[in-house]
Design a protein. Structure first.
Length: 457
């Protein structure tokens, strides 16, 4: 009936020990936890390339004064037909100033780009140029402002990370995987004497999705992709539950923090499931039935700090282990109903976020019908359709004998209500609830077998 996906039985027993997304509460300053992290470049069980890919752009047009001063400090640049210097600070994200210059205060930008020796030690400089129809990239990996001692990377002018202008940067990695990684060393910040080493790859990236926002063609032509090949890992044991920590990203402010029980395995083909364990600094996480705030991540990624929360107030979330708010929905006839009116009737309630425009959703319709028929005594289903027209939903559900509860959300009104509250970003998304509206499982199109296993236990 349903594709045979291997289900990790531990998900059931560990679901209530998982993670929370937000909470109004007070930190206990005397109950902090510090997890020591170690750098590695070994293969990850689940590697989210969106956390490790950067688009780098020249500052030549955004801040020509800085560009000129920076260029004067550099030496050892080979004879090229044309080139631009691309400068980045991984802790500041300069490339956004070229994409969205109107969003940045120019004085603040000038202050952060001061060309003192101290400031320049926190910059990364890359030559992006062309020679005889091929693109040439040279990274100042030791940050000595001299390119004569660096490896030269030469690419066919047609080399592209994307085969097309596709924003999904998890696609087509084979070309980038073939590029020799480089060890990069730079100063973390002007106020910090620490040096950090990163393993990276650089490559032409002129057809990145965001380069379509650039008005000047030459800025686009010299665009560079930078892929971080390393990450940091750590472990924590709390009340007999072992957790793994994985940090991916460019700096301690924006990096992804993955925290999950070690007994639960990632699912390589289900990003919706994997996001149950993905956080940012300042998010709230539940570990062994206790709530913590992810307070901070050291700038050199050596440690991550968590603070225990006291005086917990009632809260709702969107991850496995969270309780779902009692959202009000509108059925296909325009009448209102709530989740609690449905899920109190049976042991389980499955929320199915779908639409008649969604091909993967429609492919799973026979499986959902079969699931409903076989487990009608234990399972409610609420289909929550985001669609252009309620009549399309009525017609489809009748034709396909989808004999369960249905709700309608107008597609053009965007993500609001239950879609916003449960962070629905892709379709289909399945969320399995118990009678108390607690999320037992959350996943994507490949999760129905796992959900059925839970119902049958």
């Amino acid at each position: 009936m349903i594709a045979n996906y291997k289900f990790q039985k531990c998900v059931i027993s560990m679901a209530f020990l998982l993670l929370w997304s937000s909470c109004e509460s007070t930190k206990d300053e005397n109950s902090n936890i510090t997890v020591t992290l170690e750098r590695t470049d070994k293969s990850l069980e689940y590697y989210d390339n969106r956390q490790s890919q950067l688009l780098l752009l020249s500052m030549k047009d955004v801040y020509p004064e800085f560009y000129k001063q920076n260029l004067e400090k550099l030496k050892g640049i080979p004879n090229l037909d044309s080139f631009q210097v691309v400068t980045e600070n991984l802790h500041k994200g300069y490339y956004r100033t070229a994409l969205f210059p109107h969003e940045y205060d120019q004085k603040g930008l000038r202050d952060s780009l001061k060309m003192t020796n101290e400031y320049s030690e926190a910059h990364i400089n890359i030559i992006s140029g062309f020679k005889s129809g091929k693109q040439v990239l040279i990274l100042d990996s030791n940050n000595n402002n001299d390119f004569s001692d660096e490896e030269i990377f030469v690419y066919d002018n047609k080399f592209r990370f994307f085969e097309s202008n596709n924003p999904n940067i998890n696609d087509n990695l084979a070309k980038v995987d073939s590029i020799t990684p480089v060890e990069l060393e730079y100063k973390l910040d002007i106020s910090n004497s620490k040096q950090i080493r990163r393993k990276i790859q650089v490559y032409p990236f002129s057809n990145h999705f965001y380069t379509q926002l650039l008005r000047k063609k030459d800025l686009k032509d010299y665009a560079i992709g930078l892929r971080l090949k390393d990450y940091w890992t750590g472990e924590l044991s709390l009340k007999n539950v072992d957790y793994s920590f994985t940090i991916q990203g460019a700096n301690n402010k924006s990096s992804s923090v993955s925290i999950k029980p070690k007994k639960i395995n990632y699912k390589a083909t289900d990003q919706i499931f994997n996001k149950n364990f993905s956080y940012k600094v300042k998010d709230t996480v539940q570990l062994a039935e206790e709530l913590f705030i992810i307070d901070s991540l050291e700038s050199d990624f050596s440690e991550i700090h968590l603070s225990r929360i006291l005086n917990q107030k009632p809260f709702f979330g969107s991850r496995m282990g969270n309780t779902v708010k009692d959202f009000q929905l509108q059925n296909l006839n325009g009448n209102n109903f709530t989740i609690s009116e449905v899920n109190s009737k049976k042991e389980f309630t499955l929320l199915d976020f779908w639409g008649t425009w969604c091909a993967p959703c429609k492919e799973l319709t026979p499986d959902l019908v079969s699931l409903s028929n076989q487990h009608s005594e234990k399972l409610n289903i609420i289909g929550i359709a985001s669609d252009e027209n309620v009549e399309n939903v009525k017609k489809y559900t009748l034709e396909n004998k989808m004999e369960w509860f249905h709700a309608f959300e107008e597609l053009k009104k965007g993500r609001r209500g239950i879609k916003n509250g449960l962070q629905i970003n892709s379709y289909p998304t399945f969320i399995l609830l118990d009678k108390n509206s607690k999320i037992i499982y959350r996943g994507g199109s490949g999760s129905l077998k796992a959900i059925e296993d839970i119902i049958e236990r």
